[in-house]
Design a protein around this ligand. Structure first.
Ligand SMILES: Cc1cc2nc3c(=O)[nH]c(=O)nc-3n(C[C@H](O)[C@H](O)[C@H](O)COP(=O)(O)O)c2cc1C
Length: 186
């Protein structure tokens, strides 16, 4: 069997009880053996400031190295004011610099968005895709994943309560494994 691909899972929420973190954990749980997903934290990243490119904070360089060493990236994000949460946009910006050395370049990716609202973070999902186009990140088109009413999907222990959603997430990760293999950098 081919070696499992390391997947950097980026959660767009910093909230302790985040729905999106629960979704990320569920995606990790149902991932096929071809993928080895693990959450890479973004809450510790200082706000990007180009003045610090010549002497970057250790949190930036550590994050860039973790992304560079991953074979693929899975974004799981809420929507803030119909767009990408600031913490996630900051992580995108930090990873994209210094100019010419973006950690994101060419990494196969997928996007999942989740919200208690009906449209499942569609705006954030697509604003994120706009940045990923610019960053040359081949992002899986189908299946799309906008999880609406996502606050109802988990029990008090953070476990998925809905078999239909579990199957959907399983199929999503199978498709992502195929996408990561087809778009592998090396
Ligand atoms: C600043 C802010 C803006 C928000 N804007 C939206 C929005 O545009 N669309 C939406 O569906 N939910 C919005 N919400 C509600 C979030 O979907 C909700 O807080 C959700 O639980 C966040 O995801 P998390 O549980 O993973 O942190 C917003 C929440 C905050 C704090």
């Amino acid at each position: 069997m081919e070696k499992a691909r390391n997947v950097a899972v980026i959660v767009g929420s910093l909230r302790k009880d985040s729905i999106n973190r629960k979704v990320a954990n569920a995606l990790i749980e149902v991932a096929p053996a071809a993928l080895k997903p693990a959450i890479i934290e973004i809450g510790q990243l200082p706000i990007y400031n180009q003045d610090e490119d010549s002497s970057p904070p250790a949190a930036w360089t550590g994050f860039r190295e973790r992304i560079k060493s991953a074979d693929a990236v899975l974004f799981v994000t809420p929507e803030h004011n119909r767009s990408v949460p600031a913490a996630l946009k900051n992580a995108i910006d930090v990873g994209s610099r210094p100019y010419g050395a973006s950690a994101w370049n060419g990494k196969p990716a997928a996007v999942v968005s989740a919200s208690p609202g009906a449209i499942g973070g569609f705006g954030a999902n697509h604003h994120l895709r706009q940045s990923l186009v610019f960053l040359n990140v081949p992002t899986m088109a189908q299946p799309e994943a906008y999880l609406g009413h996502a606050d109802k999907l988990f029990d008090a222990g953070g476990k998925l309560v809905n078999d239909g959603t579990r199957k959907f997430l399983q199929d999503f990760m199978q498709a992502f494994a195929a996408w990561a293999a087809a778009n592998a950098k090396s």
